[in-house]
Ligand binder design. Structure first.
Ligand code: 6GU
Length: 242
């Protein structure tokens, strides 16, 4: 898989070369290219943004540097990922889908967003996915790109040492999308706190049943929307009177 990042803060993406993605690069599984968007500006101030048509607060990222970058990088046929709080939610299912792609190109916006024509143009040459990490606002897309990259890259065949831990963890399709149960290791008593007896029992059927029950209880407590999808819009249940 080849990954490209278009950013005005290339240093922000330095952690990509550490740890797990770093290993995938060494093993040849992954090719990584971080680009400074200002490389494709021509004015003295290397301007990448301008005021919004129609007025309003903040600045909008100009189309021309992106256009030149698309040509220079030949994005044709790639999957272009735009990180934005107004995108589709990032989920394990989406991570799995993206892990099947040959090439991902991340457009990392700052300011109030990217000129819409950049996305419309990219869509004529590539698959464009606008993706959000969740319902909160980050200052820019770089941190989101790191998160998306890690979630996708660890799904590449041959990347993780232990394939079983991929299957069991929270949100994996095969765990019924329940949250993970609590885990313990030695010592059996620590600062007066005991490991639950059942885990020391050696009774694998009881252990399995306990873990399942813990998963369901945790999910009900923390993520009722996963158990009852009709409640996924919980925050909208109470509509303020106009
Ligand atoms: Cl993907 N980008 C930005 N800028 N803010 C976000 C986000 C992404 N996801 C949640 N908030």
């Amino acid at each position: 898989m080849r990954l490209d990042y278009l950013t005005i803060f290339p240093d922000y993406l330095a952690p990509l070369r550490l740890s797990l993605p770093g290993k995938a690069i060494e093993s040849g599984l992954l090719e990584l290219h971080v680009h400074d968007l200002r490389e494709w500006t021509h004015d003295r101030h290397r301007t990448v943004d301008d005021t919004p048509y129609g007025g309003g607060a903040g600045m909008v990222m100009k189309p021309e540097p992106f256009g030149e970058a698309f040509d220079a990088l030949a994005i044709d046929g790639a999957t272009v990922i735009v990180t934005t709080p107004s995108g589709e939610p990032f989920t394990q299912a989406l991570a799995r889908e993206l892990s099947t792609r040959e090439r991902l190109v991340f457009l990392l916006g700052r300011y109030e967003g990217i000129d819409q024509r950049v996305l419309d143009h990219a869509a004529t040459r590539a698959e464009v996915r606008e993706i959000s990490l969740g319902d909160y606002v980050l200052n820019g897309g770089e941190v989101a790109a790191l998160a998306i990259t890690e979630a996708v890259v660890r799904l590449l065949p041959g990347f993780m040492g232990n394939a079983a831990s991929l299957v069991e963890e929270s949100h994996s399709e095969s765990s019924g999308r329940l949250l993970e149960y609590p885990v313990y290791t030695k010592p059996a008593t620590w600062r007066g706190l005991e490991v639950p007896d059942v885990l020391l029992s050696g009774n694998h059927a009881r252990i399995e049943a306990w873990r399942q029950e813990q998963s369901v209880a945790r999910t009900a407590q923390r993520r009722p929307d996963l158990l009852h999808p009709s409640r996924a819009m919980g925050e909208w249940d109470i509509v303020p009177a106009v």
